[in-house]
Design a protein around this ligand. Structure first.
Ligand code: PMP
Length: 411
């Protein structure tokens, strides 16, 4: 993947920080490709903009300004808009079956800022993260400047050294619901087993849950936060789970409203970390988000959107079965936004295939970016939510053409 380069070599300037040597611009590239009309982008993790509830957002924006006036236009408390913190605390209490208060809630600029702040608050150079592997590229990006080390989270927990490793780790990172990039749903028993090991080891567990609303085949089951809630139902929340939620997938990403739920001491330290990031995130979008949530916009909006996404997932898997199954295999994801296609042919390196795909005007995300060391080369993440069904079909045809040409080039 493309590394950061200083193009103007004629001027001598101080060097960039060391961590940039281990960065990549892949997310930037995908955001740019998403805007190109000639490319079928199955790359980004984006919702379908044609379903955005624009009228509800327009209405909520007007109501928010009428209700809060200039309070919605000021800098605000670093922890977030107080009424929205209360609302999110009540929402999480309902979902997790135990009581949370505003002291357990930090409002963030999307869940992405929560990941960044967790890195800022917990990681020193070389610290260990035990992470689901392959790992969400945004999390790797968020923690890269802290220069941590990684060990993979094996959900079977069978490895003898696993408990020792947990005791050394600063935190475990997992996306149990329809993981990015694999789309996998982790069974409840495995979540419970991990939680027990985490509790015994005394480390933190970051549960990143943006895809919860996008369920296609039945229920996701309880979050790890809820499982912990059932074990410790009384008193102020003091558990090891740091839970991240967002409105990006259920309403729109452009609000940039997310939340981090944790015990109050962690929230305080994350707030200190946030202070130097943005002083205060937008009170206006938080006030708009509050209106949307109070008027239950998700309840009106999500079921229809999920139905469309299910059709798109099915179209992608059906077309891929027809045109890609000689070279790739995958599981149909029960939720989320992605199909994780693993190469059957050991010669396939998806970094190299990517160049051929771009020539055919189709984009996916190569597996290497979901590996901290960049060494995972045999898979690709394919998105189905952003693109209408007939264009998905065209994208898969192009991908098949690219794969044929790529393999032919290997001789
Ligand atoms: N975590 C995961 C696993 C994600 O896939 C995403 C979005 N791609 C995020 C966090 C960030 O979401 P946002 O900042 O939009 O809330």
């Amino acid at each position: 993947m493309q590394r950061h380069v200083d193009l103007d070599r004629s001027v001598r300037r101080p060097a960039y920080a060391n961590w940039l040597g281990n960065s990549n611009s892949i997310t930037q590239q995908f955001m740019a490709i998403g805007g190109r009309k000639d490319v079928v982008s199955l790359a980004g993790g984006l919702p379908a903009s044609e379903f955005y509830p624009k009228a509800a957002i327009e209405d909520a924006s007007r109501k928010a300004l009428q209700r809060w006036g200039s309070a919605a236009l000021e800098y605000g408390p670093i922890e977030g808009f107080p009424a929205l913190r209360e609302h999110i605390a009540a929402r999480i209490s309902k979902a997790a079956g135990r009581s949370f208060t505003a002291a357990n809630v930090l409002l963030t600029v999307g869940a992405m800022q929560g990941l960044d702040l967790i890195g800022k608050a917990l990681l020193d150079k070389g610290d260990l993260i035990v992470a689901q592997h392959p790992t969400y590229v945004g999390a790797l990006d968020a923690w890269r400047p802290r220069q941590p080390s990684y060990a993979p989270l094996d959900w079977s927990l069978a490895e003898p050294a696993f408990s020792k490793r947990l005791a050394r780790a600063k935190f475990v990172y997992a996306v149990p619901n329809y993981s990015n990039p694999t789309g996998a749903l982790v069974p409840t028993a495995a979540r419970q087993a991990l939680l027990e090991r985490v509790m015994a080891s005394g480390t933190w567990l970051v549960e990143d849950d943006p895809y919860l609303p996008l369920q296609y085949d039945g229920d996701a089951g309880p979050s790890i936060l809820a499982l912990h809630g059932a074990m410790a139902p009384n008193g102020p929340y003091g558990g090891p789970v740091i839970y991240l939620g967002t409105l990006s997938k259920s309403i729109v990403p452009g609000l940039r409203v997310g939340w981090t739920i944790a015990e109050p001491g962690m929230i305080q330290n994350l707030t200190l970390a946030k202070q130097s990031s943005d002083l205060s995130s937008s009170m206006l979008t938080q006030a708009v988000a509050l209106e949307l949530l109070e008027h239950d916009v998700e309840k009106d909006h999500v079921p229809g959107m999920v139905e469309r996404y299910r059709e798109r997932r099915d179209m992608l898997c059906k077309t891929a079965s027809r045109h890609l199954s000689d070279w790739f295999e995958w599981e149909v994801p029960p939720g989320g936004m992605f199909v994780w296609m693993r190469a059957k042919d050991p010669r396939i390196d998806t970094n190299d295939l990517y160049a051929f795909a771009l020539e055919e005007k189709v984009a996916f995300v190569p597996s290497s970016v979901f590996d901290n060391a960049g060494e995972l080369r045999n898979a690709m993440r394919v998105n189905f939510t952003r693109t209408p069904p007939e264009i998905i079909e065209e994208g898969i045809l192009r991908l098949a053409k690219a794969t044929k040409r790529y393999l032919a080039s290997l001789g």
